[in-house]
Design a protein around this ligand. Structure first.
Ligand code: XYH
Ligand code: MG
Length: 391
């Protein structure tokens, strides 16, 4: 019997909010740091089609709330063909302007990735192969947490040097430092950043690619002074030292440095904002995130945009959706594995998963999985048993 030609439709859009545990704590600016194990909640979106096939994606409860689901997701998705992902995404995106900020790109990203996951399960294929199947593993760089004042943590340049040495010994092909950022309880400084970068370069030697993600709020003068130090230290890229809403400041900076300037990571505007950054000459490498830019397809548009200008586009953060995209494109080099810290076991599998999505292999790469869908492995028994509310 040939493949099914029946057109399934989406019959279920549900969210479970469940308890899980973590040792990550976030400061008032949202930066992650190691802490004591504690209970948190996460939200799991499940789309179910008329033949019982499901697609899932994790997100924060704030992005999968009852109002978003009842007010936007169900009205758009129920009864529709899940293979019409582009049309469904566009309809949700058009609702954002009038949603008073309650329908964020992170919500669209959760829906879009769940639609991809469902398609993969329907076709019995991993999403990275459906996207094009460019490569089955991706070299990883170790992305540190932001600086802190934790003894033996990331409190001194020597801490960063020792940790970078360990990450290289663990197999990472490159290391990105997030140095000290507000609201750390002392004034971050260019001099401290330079000392940390110099200590790391000294520790790992001249050939390991290094990147710096610094401060986010430096002035042009401070960002330039720090960038010139990176030129001397032979860093690969320089990320978000200033407010990313000023493309002219980034053009001014990029024009004066040898170190490649990468961005934008944090601005709204998806493909359009990134087209403006390239047109303004504000970056040498483009940057985009799957969860923060509305999903895999919208992020892929930015990757293709960069390719048209002979540029690389590096993906922000990790996870199954990011890995699927990295498995399908020629101009993204790295998987950002992290955030990492000397006092945090990044490899510990959280209670709601049965395995990690992105284990580092013996060659310092993350392999793409062959299971159908996005390749995430949820512990559905845990999620059901620990459900605190659902809609
Ligand atoms: O902690 O602000 C931060 C970092 O910006 C981190 O959250 C983010 O993952 C990043 O910048 N990655 O490059
Ligand atoms: Mg960053």
């Amino acid at each position: 019997m040939g493949p099914s030609t029946s057109r399934a439709t989406i019959e279920g859009v549900s969210v479970r909010v469940f308890r899980t545990t973590t040792r990550l704590v976030t400061d008032s600016d949202g930066h992650a740091h190691p802490g004591e194990r504690h209970t948190v909640t996460r939200a799991l979106l499940t789309l179910t089609d008329s033949e019982g096939v499901t697609g899932r994606c994790l997100a924060a409860e704030a992005d999968l709330g009852e109002a978003q689901v009842a007010g936007h997701l169900r009205p758009v998705l129920l009864g529709r063909d899940p293979s019409e992902r582009a049309a469904l995404w566009q309809e949700l995106a058009r609702r954002q302007r009038g949603s008073a900020g309650t329908l964020r790109d992170r919500t669209l990203a959760a829906v879009e990735q769940a639609l991809w996951d469902l398609l993969g399960h329907r076709l019995g294929q991993p999403v990275w192969r459906l996207l094009g199947g460019m490569r089955d593993r991706v070299p990883a760089y170790g992305s540190t947490m932001c600086g802190d004042e934790v003894p033996g943590g990331l409190a001194t340049p020597e801490d960063y040097a020792a940790f970078a040495e360990k990450l290289v010994a663990d197999g990472y092909h490159a290391v990105k430092l997030h140095t000290w950022m507000p609201p750390v309880p002392f004034a971050p400084s260019v001099d401290m950043d330079i000392r940390a970068c110099a200590a790391v370069r000294e520790a790992v030697g001249p050939d390991v690619p290094l990147m710096l993600d610094a401060h986010h709020w430096y002035s042009r003068a401070d960002a330039l002074r720090l960038g010139r130090a990176l030129d001397r230290l032979g860093f690969l890229w320089y990320e978000e030292p200033m407010e990313e809403y000023s493309t002219q400041s980034y053009r001014w900076l990029a024009d004066q440095l040898d170190t490649l300037v990468i961005g934008p990571e944090s601005v709204e505007g998806r493909l359009h904002a990134r087209a403006e950054w390239i047109a303004a000459g504000a970056c040498d490498i483009l940057r985009v995130g799957v969860p923060t830019s509305g999903g895999i397809d919208p992020a892929l548009k930015s990757v293709h945009l960069a390719e048209a200008f002979g540029m690389e586009c590096e993906l922000h953060g990790g996870g199954a959706g990011t890995l699927a995209l990295l498995g399908a494109v020629p101009n993204s080099r790295w998987y950002e594995r992290g955030l990492l810290h000397p006092h945090y076991d990044f490899d510990e599998v959280p209670p709601h998963l049965t395995r990690a999505a992105d284990p580092l292999d013996a060659e310092g790469c993350v392999r793409l999985r062959e299971e159908p869908g996005l390749g995430e492995s949820y512990d559905l028994d845990h999620i059901e048993a620990e459900t605190v509310r659902q809609w």
